[in-house]
Design a protein around this ligand. Structure first.
Ligand code: NAD
Ligand code: DAU
Length: 357
């Protein structure tokens, strides 16, 4: 007899959430996942339609909002969740610059509503010490680095965008619920992810789609900004490790140690895709267009992942080059997925963000 555990995952129809659900159902045969997602423009059930048949009965989808107190109370009454893994958020920096309010509402307000529902249920159930509220957060809370150094768990918070400010605020609320009410939490702050099912507004999938369609490749500023990239499946293995083995009340930084400038990434994608598509070498690079920079654009992110490596024995498994090729292959084989997530609202977003840059 295996001991079943039911986990509440929020935002499981988004990029990282969907990858995590695939990963967790495969690697944890005793897990039942209840997936609460509002299906905003960024959430698509089609990303879960590919779950193997034998895993589907352990996944229950609930269409709803993390800001809905009554719905959360009902879910916590129906299930004695062993923990909550909280992905649901507005996640795109450029959108937060165009319209910050929904970032405050969902990322701050929604996280607080979810924290309160978790706390109420945890107290009613006699405060089980092994319960975990896992907040999936970002390295952007630490602000921007110069050419040297890396973010540690002790780095001061210094967010630049409305998105990162909202994630910083939600991290603070999670810690406050820990300190004030003893709710057992863990926080992970991760660097830039890439891989299958990422909405094509983010750098890597946007560039893959534009290269394929021979459209301009909009690089912000001079393209020298640096990000620390991590393949999404490596993020998933780190999340599972922290959720199961992390110490309550602790924060863990997660990163791949692969720093790349934006322009280097775009050039690598051009090379890979010219080869795969049988185009003349250099053909796609001619599509690169340097456009007006993002306001408040953080120059560099880099993660010092020593704590999760040393305390929890986690290591990324994928090399950046291999993972980038996998990602290109996935998009080329799944253009039907891309087409189905690109709604009319997506086209309006492209006009709003890129037309006057
Ligand atoms: P995403 O935008 O692809 O997905 C977000 C999901 O949340 C969507 O399925 C959406 O429908 C859902 N959602 C939004 N508002 C909701 C609400 N009010 N109620 C319920 N569901 C709602 O985001 P992602 O890239 O998968 O990121 C997931 C989490 O990881 C976010 O919290 C983000 O801040 C964090 N994160 C992302 C990265 C990255 O590189 N993408 C890196 C570090 C941390
Ligand atoms: O660091 C973790 C964060 O990474 C996550 O918390 C966010 O949810 C996630 O969106 C991501 O934020 P970024 O702003 O770093 O990712 P994005 O893909 O939007 O941009 C990556 C870099 O590429 C950034 O320096 C801006 C640049 N860029 C982006 C787009 C969309 C361009 O030059 N052109 C573009 O069209």
């Amino acid at each position: 007899m295996i001991n079943t555990e039911t986990i509440l995952v929020t935002g499981g129809a988004g990029f990282i959430g969907a990858n995590f659900i695939h990963f967790a159902l495969k690697n944890r045969p005793n897990w039942q996942i209840v997936n609460l997602d509002l299906l905003t423009y960024a959430g698509n059930l089609i990303s879960l339609a590919t779950l193997p048949v034998e895993h589907r009965s352990r996944h229950t989808f609930v269409h709803g909002d993390i800001r809905n107190t009554d719905l959360l109370a009902r879910l916590f009454q129906q299930h004695a969740f062993a923990g909550v893994i909280h992905f649901a958020a507005e996640s795109h920096v450029d959108r937060s610059i165009r319209g910050p309010q929904v970032f405050v509402d969902t990322n701050v307000g929604g996280t607080c509503t979810l924290l309160q529902a978790s706390l109420d249920a945890w107290q009613e159930r006699g405060r089980p010490a092994d319960f975990r509220f896992h907040h999936v957060s970002t390295d952007e809370v630490y602000g921007s680095l110069g050419l040297t150094g890396a973010f540690t768990e002790q780095s001061p918070y210094d967010p630049s965008s409305p998105y990162s400010a909202s994630k910083a605020a939600s991290d603070h609320f999670v810690r406050a619920y820990g300190r004030t009410y003893d709710l057992p939490f863990v926080i992970t702050n991760c660097s830039n992810n890439f891989g299958p099912y990422q909405f094509p507004e983010k750098l890597i999938p946007l560039m893959i789609c534009n290269i394929l369609a021979e459209k301009p490749l909009p690089v912000y500023g001079n393209g020298e900004n640096i990000r620390d990239w991590l393949y999404v499946l490596d993020h998933c293995s780190a999340l599972l490790r922290v959720f199961e083995k992390g110490t309550a009340g602790q924060t863990y930084n997660i990163g791949g140690g692969t720093e790349q400038s934006n322009i280097d990434i775009v050039r690598q994608l051009c090379k890979i895709m010219d080869k795969k598509l049988g185009r003349t070498a250099g053909a796609s690079e001619s599509l690169i267009a340097f456009v007006t920079d993002r306001p408040g654009h953080d120059f560099r992110y880099a993660i010092d992942a020593a704590k999760i490596k040393e305390e929890l024995d986690w290591q990324p498994q994928y090399s950046f080059a291999e993972a980038l090729r996998n990602t290109v292959d996935w998009y080329l084989a799944n253009m039907a997925w891309v087409d189905s997530v690109r709604s009319g609202t997506y086209r309006q977003w492209l006009e709003l963000n890129y037309d006057k840059r």
